[in-house]
Write a protein that binds this ligand. Structure first.
Ligand code: ME8
Length: 521
C-alpha cells in the first residue's frame, strides 16, 4: 500500500477557532478521505502551536497558567474537529513531550552542523505576530502582516544561518518548480524574499519563557517558528527511538497552509530540512483567505463566523460543502449569509435533494421500490447521460489532482444537473402510462440510481454523511460503494427505501440570512 502524508498548519490557540481555521482542516480532510478511498495508507496531521508570548499573555488575561489554558483550547479544538466530521487524524501539540524530544534533537543537529550562532538582534518587533522586521519591511511604520504597532526591541539571540543556504534555496526552486502552489505565490516569494537576499533568522527569545528552552543556554526559549515547523517531523517521531512513522511517511506528500504563512513554509522550512539533511515535502499548497463583506474577519469588526454554530443549525455537510465550493484555487473568497443560503437551496436542496427524492418516489410508485439492473439503453437519452457521468468523473479527477477543489465539485454536480434534465427529457410519468414501456421505465430509473450512486461515492470526501445517506436510501450494497465500482452499470438488485428522507430541507431565504447575520459576532 502506498503511503500518503498530509498536514494542516498547527493553529494558535489564541481564541475560538473560526471558519478560516476550519477551512484548512476541512480541505485537508477532503484530500485525506479521497486518498483513503483510493487505497492509500494515509497519515493526516493537525494540531496546535501552543508556545509563545501571545499564548502566555492570553492565559494571563484569563487567570490561568499557560498549560491550563492550552489544555482547555486543545480540548475545544478536538471537539470542533469531531463536530465537523474530520476523519481519523493525529493531533500534535507543541507542548507534547514527544514534540519537545524531537525539537531538542533538531536544534542540536543544526547546532552541530554549524548552522546556529549566538549574536544580538535589534529590530522592530510585532508582539502578536512574534516577528522581527527591518525598517524597510514596515508598512507606514506598522507591522506588514497585521498592521499593528511595532516597537524597537534588542535582545541577545541565537541565529540560524540562512545566508549559507541562499544559493541552495534558489537551486531547490529551479529543480522543483511545482513545489509551491499556486505559482503566483512562488513568484512572490522569489521576488520579494529570496532574490533580494536572505537574512539570518533569530531562532530564540529571552523576553518570555513560555516555550522550550535551548539545550545549550536555558536563558533562551525556542522561537515559535522553529518550534512550530518541527511539528511535522515530531509527530512522526523523527530523531527519537520510535521513528517508524518518520521512515514510513517522510517526505510529506502535501502540506496545506494559508497564504499568511507561505514565507515560513516556503523559505525557512525547506532550509531547516536541508540543514537536517532531509527531503522537502513534495508539495506545499497555499490557499487564500475567507473574507467578509467588510474585509478580514475580526472580533473588533464583529464579523466572525464560527463553523460549529453554522453546522449546528444547517448541518455539517452543508458547511463543508459551502467552504470547499466557494474557495477558489489559491485566492480569497467571500463568505456572505446570502451566498450560503443560495448555495444551500440551489445546489443541495433543489438539485441534489430533489433528484434523490424524485428518484426514490418514482421507483416506489412504479416498481414497488425494486428495479432490475439495466445496462442497455432504451431511450435516446441514455447514452448521453452515461457519457456525462464518465466525462464528469474524468474532469473531477483532473481538477481534484490539480487542487482545483471548487471545480472538482462542479464536475460532480454536473452529473446531478444532467440527471435532473434526463428526467425532463425521458418523461417517466408518460412512460408509466403504458405497460409496454415498463422496460424503458426501468432503464430510466436505473440510470438515475447509477448517477446518484456514482455521485455519492465521489462526494464522500466532501460530504461523508450525505454520501452515506444517499447510498442507504438507494439501498446500495457495500460492494457497490467503492471507487472501483463507481462507473455506470455496476450495481444490481436495487431496493430503495420505502419513503425517501429529504437530504436538505429548503431554507426560507430571508429568515435564514437574518439568522446567519445574528450568528456573526
Ligand atoms: O499561523 N481564511 O496559526 P494560526 C482561510 N501557528 N484560512 C484561514 C483564515 C481565513 N480567514 N484564517 C486563518 C499560525 N486561516 C501558526 C502556524 S504551522 C507550522 C504554524 C488558516 O492559528 C490558514 O491556513 O494563525 C492559516 O495559515 C492558518 O489558519 C493560520 O493559523
Amino acid at each position: 500500500m502506498e503511503n500518503f502524508y498530509i498536514t494542516t498548519p498547527i493553529y494558535y490557540p489564541s481564541g475560538r477557532f473560526h471558519i478560516g481555521t476550519a477551512y484548512s482542516t476541512i480541505l485537508a480532510d477532503a484530500i485525506a478521505r479521497y486518498k483513503r478511498l483510493q487505497g492509500y495508507n494515509v497519515k493526516f496531521l493537525t494540531g496546535l502551536d501552543e508556545h509563545g508570548l501571545k499564548i502566555q499573555n492570553k492565559a494571563k488575561e484569563k487567570g490561568m497558567t499557560p498549560q491550563q489554558y492550552v489544555d482547555d483550547m486543545a480540548k475545544q479544538a478536538k471537539e470542533l474537529w469531531d463536530k465537523l466530521n474530520i476523519s481519523e487524524h493525529d493531533f500534535i501539540r507543541t507542548t507534547d513531550k514527544k514534540h519537545e524530544k524531537t525539537l531538542l534533537k533538531v536544534y542540536e543537529k543544526m547546532y552541530e552542523n554549524g548552522d546556529i550562532y549566538k549574536g544580538h538582534y535589534s529590530g522592530w518587533y510585532c508582539v502578536p505576530c512574534e516577528t522581527f522586521f527591518t525598517e524597510k519591511d514596515l508598512v507606514l511604520g506598522k507591522c506588514p502582516d497585521c498592521g499593528r504597532e511595532v516597537s524597537i526591541t534588542e535582545e541577545e539571540c541565537y541565529f540560524f544561518n540562512m545566508k549559507k543556504y541562499q544559493d541552495k534555496i534558489v537551486e531547490f526552486y529551479e529543480k522543483n518548480p511545482d513545489f509551491l502552489e499556486p505559482l503566483f505565490r512562488k513568484e512572490e516569494i522569489m521576488n520579494n524574499f529570496i532574490k533580494p537576499g536572505l537574512e539570518d533568522l533569530c531562532i530564540s527569545r529571552t523576553t518570555f519563557d513560555w516555550g522550550i528552552k535551548l539545550p545549550n543556554d536555558s536563558k533562551h526559549v525556542m522561537y515559535v517558528w522553529l518550534d512550530a515547523l518541527t511539528n511535522y517531523l515530531s509527530a512522526l517521531g523523527y530523531l527519537t527511538e520510535d521513528d517508524n512513522e518518520f521512515k514510513t511517511f517522510w517526505p510529506a506528500n502535501i502540506q496545506i497552509i494559508g497564504k499568511d504563512i507561505v514565507r515560513f513554509h516556503a523559505i525557512y522550512w525547506p532550509i531547516f530540512l536541508m540543514s537536517l539533511g532531509l527531503e522537502a515535502p513534495k508539495k506545499l499548497y497555499s490557499h487564500g483567505f475567507i473574507v467578509m463583506k467588510d474585509g478580514k474577519m475580526s472580533k473588533s469588526k464583529g464579523n466572525m463566523i464560527y463553523p460549529d454554530t453554522l453546522a449546528e443549525k444547517y448541518g455539517v455537510d452543508a458547511v463543508r460543502y459551502f467552504l470547499l465550493k466557494i474557495m477558489n484555487y489559491g485566492t480569497d473568497s467571500e463568505f456572505t449569509p446570502e451566498s450560503f443560503v443560495e448555495r444551500y437551496n440551489s445546489d443541495l436542496c433543489n438539485d441534489l435533494g430533489n433528484l434523490l427524492n424524485r428518484t426514490i418516489a418514482m421507483i416506489n410508485k412504479y416498481f414497488d421500490g425494486k428495479i432490475k439492473e439495466n445496462k442497455y439503453s432504451f431511450t435516446q437519452f441514455d447514452n448521453g447521460l452515461e457519457n456525462i457521468i464518465e466525462t464528469s468523473i474524468e474532469e473531477f479527477k483532473t481538477n481534484f489532482d490539480n487542487l482545483q477543489i471548487s471545480n472538482s465539485l462542479s464536475s460532480l454536480f454536473n452529473i446531478i444537473s444532467k440527471a435532473n434534465k434526463y428526467i425532463d427529457d425521458t418523461e417517466p410519468w408518460v412512460l408509466a402510462k403504458s405497460e409496454e414501456n415498463k422496460d424503458k421505465l426501468n432503464c430510466v430509473m436505473y440510470h438515475l440510481v447509477e448517477s446518484l450512486r456514482i455521485f455519492a461515492i465521489y462526494i464522500n470526501p466532501f460530504m461523508p454523511d450525505t454520501s452515506e445517506n444517499i447510498l442507504n436510501q438507494l439501498g446500495i450494497n457495500e460492494q457497490y460503494r467503492t471507487l472501483e465500482s463507481a462507473s455506470f452499470g455496476k450495481s444490481e438488485n436495487i431496493k430503495v427505501i420505502e419513503k425517501g428522507i429529504p437530504l436538505f430541507e429548503r431554507l426560507d431565504v430571508n429568515t435564514s440570512i437574518d439568522e446567519i447575520k445574528e450568528m456573526m459576532k
